[in-house]
Design a binder for this molecule. Structure first.
Ligand code: GRF
Length: 186
């Protein structure tokens, strides 16, 4: 049984899909939901699934508090689901090829600094892209440049807005992220 931790900073709709997917699994359990935001809605979602939660400040994370907690909880895999802080290199190195992120666009396009949340969808719209999608990738020291595990595409037209693009992307994320994680665990 693999022990997974989810790191999230916000609403956590992806985290919820993952918790739901693994709730009766014999392969993996969600052992922890950790957030840098005390009032992140993801913490409420975790309670609903009886998943323990942990909160920390950026400073604490940088001082190694989160890494310590993940070790204490014997975490095998770290899942980033809308986690907005830059992860300390020691933490990344502690989970080689065992840290996975979801990015709401088709990397290598629309990745890197400043490309998170609504900024991504606004940039996709501004560029007049005919499609966007999701990228699930391993995390290495250069954040959005880890090995790509999976991508899914969705078509766009000129009527799409950043909000409608976000909705299309979320739909893909919810559909694929839990199963892609499950396959990774093998
Ligand atoms: C997702 O779009 C994910 O790709 C990005 O942050 C968003 C999190 O959404 N990294 P939610 O909190 O899971 O609803």
């Amino acid at each position: 049984m693999k022990r997974l931790a989810i790191l999230a900073s916000g609403s956590g709709s992806n985290a919820e899909k993952i918790m739901d997917h693994f709730k009766n699994s014999s392969k993996a359990s969600i052992a922890l939901v950790a957030s840098n935001k005390l009032d992140a809605y993801v913490l409420e979602r975790a309670k609903k699934f009886n998943v323990p939660t942990f909160t920390f400040t950026r400073k604490e994370m940088e001082a190694g508090v989160l890494l310590e907690k993940l070790k204490e909880e014997n975490i095998d895999w770290v899942i980033l689901a809308g986690f907005l802080l830059k992860i300390p290199v020691e933490l990344i190195r502690a989970f080689p090829d065992k840290m996975v992120n979801i990015h709401p666009a088709l990397l290598p396009k629309y990745g890197g600094k400043g490309m998170y949340g609504a900024h991504v969808h606004e940039a996709v719209k501004a560029a007049g892209e005919k499609e966007t999608g999701i990228t699930i990738h391993l995390v290495n020291e250069n954040y959005d440049e880890g090995k790509i595990i999976f991508q899914a595409h969705t078509a766009l037209d000129e009527l799409d807005t950043p909000d409608s693009i976000a909705a299309k992307v979320h739909e893909l994320e919810h559909k694929y992220f839990p199963t892609v994680i499950e396959e990774l665990l093998d």
